[in-house]
Design a protein around this ligand. Structure first.
Ligand SMILES: *[C@@H]1O[C@H](CO)[C@@H](O)[C@H](O)[C@H]1NC(C)=O
Ligand SMILES: *[C@@H]1O[C@H](CO)[C@@H](O)[C@H](O)[C@H]1NC(C)=O
Length: 440
């Protein structure tokens, strides 16, 4: 089933730039009376007791082991003992994802602020000095550990989306503390946006040239562009950015979301490519991210909530492992009971937010039971079980069998999925009024 074109209704357009590093809206409509709903409140408290611990552990890990104090930026690779590889190259989406996490941490957490501010500023400058290509008005892809040499100058749309996300979050978070740097970061994120629009738009079909999946339109890239443009719009209030954001919502509604799942790949003209599997991870991420983003920019898109709720209902029933907790990777479209049951770190992170968003949409306590099952799975199996090293394993088997691959950070794994999931989840739970805020 393809949903009808997104009719866009503008609710509020004049208000500018809310000072948030990211969409983290969740309306306050969730009103719980804990005398009436003791079981709900009890579940939420059980979840929160654990997620507060998870959040603190993650921040401790990344602040302690992430920064490469000698060469700058964050280590390109960190092993299972927290040791950074001094020779490992550094990658654009990896460094800018850290930039986003730190900027959001600075905004959302009150303690250790000066330390976080210093690390973030150092990282932002390293990224700019090492990756920025002044002729292309775009960021390069890969640099040497010391940032002195560009090792791969290719222009990647996906990775530059994270540059927009990170630099715009920095600009919002540090407007007061580092006003000049914040202004630069804002300028940089708009430059990348303009480059995307002038050189990577598919003029014939709409959307973007996808350098991550050449010859196709990939949902992965579209989703992260939507995330980035939301942040950029919150920073700038720019009307062109809002138009581009509207287009990405329409693309999701018209082409990406198909009934109760999302297509990973489309052909250039938006017809479905030959997709064998559908990703539970991207599906559940889409659910919360689009709900949250639309709310953050005050827009409603006709059919959006219904479409996302359908995906969320399906994925959190079929993607969730009801026996052990945790979230599966994907299923075969032609034969949906055939699932890839491995448990991948970022899918666990996105499922935390997706399941909570579904609880808010429906008020169904079953989502809270699943959320508790997710959190218990993560603390028992996904999380590294060594003191001080509590990042999450890349992937475990269905039953929690230990991972073969133990590197804790590399080109595709940084702090953003895990840190964002816990920062947002705890902030959202706090808004329910059932528990106190993590910090002031
Ligand atoms: C942060 O940087 C400033 C300026 O370089 C320095 O004076 C301060 O001691 C640093 N603070 C922390 C906690 O690292
Ligand atoms: C959305 O609306 C709220 C409430 O009217 C306002 O505070 C906020 O600034 C608006 N945000 C944007 C991005 O327009």
């Amino acid at each position: 089933m393809t949903l009808s074109a997104a009719a866009v209704v503008l609710l509020v357009s004049s208000a500018r730039a809310a000072a948030q590093p990211s969409p983290s809206s969740t309306d306050a409509s969730l009103e719980l009376d804990c005398d009436e709903q003791a079981d709900v409140c009890d579940l939420i408290r059980q979840i929160y007791d654990k997620t507060v611990v998870l959040e603190n552990e993650l921040l401790d890990f990344w602040l302690r082991y992430g920064p490469d104090e000698e060469k700058g930026g964050f280590y390109g690779e960190i092993d299972e003992n927290g040791v950074g590889n001094e020779e490992s190259p550094k990658f654009l989406q990896q460094q800018t994802r850290h930039l986003w996490s730190l900027s959001a941490t600075y905004t959302m957490r009150a303690e250790r602020r000066e330390e976080v501010a210093n690390v973030t500023l150092q990282l932002m400058q390293f990224i700019y000095d090492s990756f920025w290509d002044d002729d292309a008005n775009f960021f390069s892809y890969k640099v040497s550990a010391d940032g002195e040499r560009v090792l791969d100058a290719s222009e990647k749309v996906y990775s530059n989306a994270f540059a927009i996300y990170g630099f715009s979050a920095f600009a919002m978070a540090f407007a007061n503390r580092f006003p000049d740097h914040a202004k630069d970061a804002r300028k940089r994120s708009m430059q990348v946006y303009r480059t995307l629009r002038s050189r990577f738009v598919d003029e014939a079909n709409g959307g973007y040239i996808d350098t991550l999946s050449p010859g196709y339109k990939g949902h992965n890239t579209l989703l992260h562009l939507l995330e980035a443009f939301t942040s950029l719009y919150l920073l700038t209030g720019d009307e062109d950015v809002l138009d581009s954001l509207d287009e990405l919502f329409a693309i999701h509604l018209d082409h990406v979301i198909v009934g109760d799942y999302c297509l990973d790949l489309m052909n250039m003209d938006w017809t479905p490519a030959d997709n064998r599997d559908a990703s539970y991870g991207h599906g559940i991420e889409t659910v919360w991210l689009l709900l949250d983003s639309a709310r953050a920019v005050n827009r409603t898109y006709s059919g959006l909530v219904e479409a996302l709720t359908q995906v969320g209902e399906h994925h959190s029933r079929e993607g969730y492992d009801a026996e052990r907790g945790g979230f599966y990777t994907s299923f075969q479209i032609a034969s949906p009971t055939q699932k890839d049951t491995s448990k991948v770190w970022w899918v666990q992170a996105e499922a935390l937010l997706g399941i909570w968003a579904m609880y808010e949409e429906t008020g169904d306590i079953e989502y809270l039971r699943r959320l508790l099952g997710m959190v218990e799975w993560i603390e028992t199996y996904q999380r590294v079980d060594k003191p001080g090293l509590h990042e999450w394993w890349v992937a475990t088997g269905e039953t929690g069998s230990p991972p073969g691959f133990k590197t804790l950070s590399f080109e595709w794994k940084s702090s953003y999925h895990t840190v964002r999931a816990l920062l947002f989840l705890n902030a959202w739970i706090s808004k329910s009024g059932v528990v106190g805020p993590t910090t002031t």
